[in-house]
Design a protein around this ligand. Structure first.
Ligand code: HH2
Length: 280
C-alpha cells in the first residue's frame, strides 16, 4: 500500500467454465494470462486466481482439476508485478499454487473446509484472507437468516482470526472479508456495507467483494453481470469511506480511477481504524 493510495485492488481471474459473471471467458490458458496481465497493467496490486466457482448452486470441483486449471496460469504470472493470491479452500490446491508463485491464500471458508490450511499458511509465512459465508455455495442463498448480520459476521471473523493465530498465522498477515453475497439477502449486504466500520474495528485490512454481484442487479435492474460496474463502484467508494482497504473486482481500470478520486477527497487517515465522518 503506497502513501496517497490507501487501498489495494485485487483483480479477479476466474479460470473456470462456470463463474457467475465471466465463466468460460478465461478458461483458456492464453486468454487467462493475457487478461491477468491487462488487470495488472490497469492497476491491480493483487491477482486473485480461482479454479472453482463459488457462485450459488455451483457444483464442487476436485482438487486435481482445480490445481490443473490454476497452476500454469500462476506460473505465467509470477513476473507480472502483482502479488498472486489463490482463491481456494483446499490445502492441495493452495500448496500447488504457492509452489507456482502465489503468496496469499484467499479462503472463502476461512479455514473451515480444511483447518490444516491454516498451518500451511503459517509454515510458509503467507498472507491470507478469511471470509464469512453462511453455509456452503450450493445452499447458501436458501433463506439466509441472522440475529444481527453485522454482529454475527463480526463474531465469526473474530473467531476465525483467533483460530488462525492459534495455528501460528501471524496476525499482521490476515485480511478479513464480510463475504458480500455469500448467504446474504440484498438487505443483509446493504446492512454490512452500511455498518462496515464495525468490521473495520477488528483492526485488520478489510477486503470487499461486491463486484458485479446479483444484489447490484436486483437493485438496478441490470440482469447482465458486466452491466453492474457502476453499482460495483458505488459500493466500493462507500466501503473505502468506511475504512475498507482491499477491493476485489473484475473491472480494475474504472475501480482504480474511482478509488483514487475518492481517496484523495477523503484525505489522509490511519488505515488501521474505521474512518469517522464528521457532520459539522
Ligand atoms: N467473491 C467471489 C469469490 N471469491 N473471495 C473473497 N475474499 N471475497 C469475495 O467477495 C469473493 C471471493 C465470487 O465472485 P467470482 O470469483 O467472480 O465468482 P465465482 O465464485 O462464480 O467464480
Amino acid at each position: 500500500m503506497t502513501v496517497g493510495r490507501p487501498f489495494r485492488i485485487m483483480g479477479v481471474l476466474n479460470v473456470t467454465p462456470d463463474s457467475f459473471s465471466d465463466g468460460g471467458e478465461f478458461f483458456d490458458h492464453a486468454a487467462a494470462v493475457a487478461h491477468a496481465l491487462e488487470l495488472a497493467a490497469e492497476g491491480a496490486d493483487i491477482l486473485d486466481v480461482g479454479g472453482e466457482s463459488t457462485r450459488p448452486y455451483a457444483e464442487p470441483v476436485g482438487a486435481a482439476e482445480e490445481a490443473r486449471r490454476v497452476v500454469p496460469v500462476i506460473e505465467a504470472l509470477t513476473g507480472a508485478g502483482a502479488q498472486i493470491s489463490i482463491d481456494t479452500s483446499k490445502l492441495a490446491v493452495a500448496r500447488a499454487a504457492v509452489d507456482a508463485g502465489a503468496t496469499v491464500v484467499n479462503d472463502v471458508t476461512a479455514f473451515g473446509s480444511e483447518p490444516a490450511l491454516a498451518g500451511f499458511v503459517a509454515e510458509r509465512g503467507l498472507g491470507c484472507c478469511l471470509m464469512h459465508m453462511l453455509g456452503e455455495p450450493r445452499t447458501m442463498q436458501d433463506d439466509p437468516r441472522y440475529d444481527d448480520v453485522v454482529s454475527d459476521v463480526k463474531a465469526f471473523l473474530e473467531q476465525r482470526m483467533a483460530f488462525a493465530v492459534a495455528e501460528g498465522v501471524a496476525e499482521d498477515r490476515i485480511m478479513l472479508d464480510p463475504g458480500i453475497g455469500f448467504g446474504k439477502t440484498v438487505a443483509h449486504n446493504l446492512e454490512l456495507l452500511r455498518r462496515l466500520g464495525e468490521i473495520v474495528a477488528l483492526g485488520r485490512p478489510v477486503v470487499i467483494g461486491t463486484s458485479r454481484k446479483s444484489f447490484l442487479g436486483k437493485l438496478t435492474g441490470r440482469e447482465t453481470a458486466a452491466d453492474r460496474v457502476p453499482g460495483t463502484i458505488a459500493t466500493n467508494v462507500l466501503a473505502l469511506a468506511a475504512g475498507a482497504t482491499v477491493f476485489r473486482v473484475h473491472d480494475v481500470a474504472p475501480t482504480r480511477d474511482a478509488l483514487v478520486v475518492a481517496a484523495a477527497t477523503l484525505g489522509p487517515w490511519n488505515p488501521t481504524t474505521p474512518r469517522t465522518t464528521t457532520t459539522t
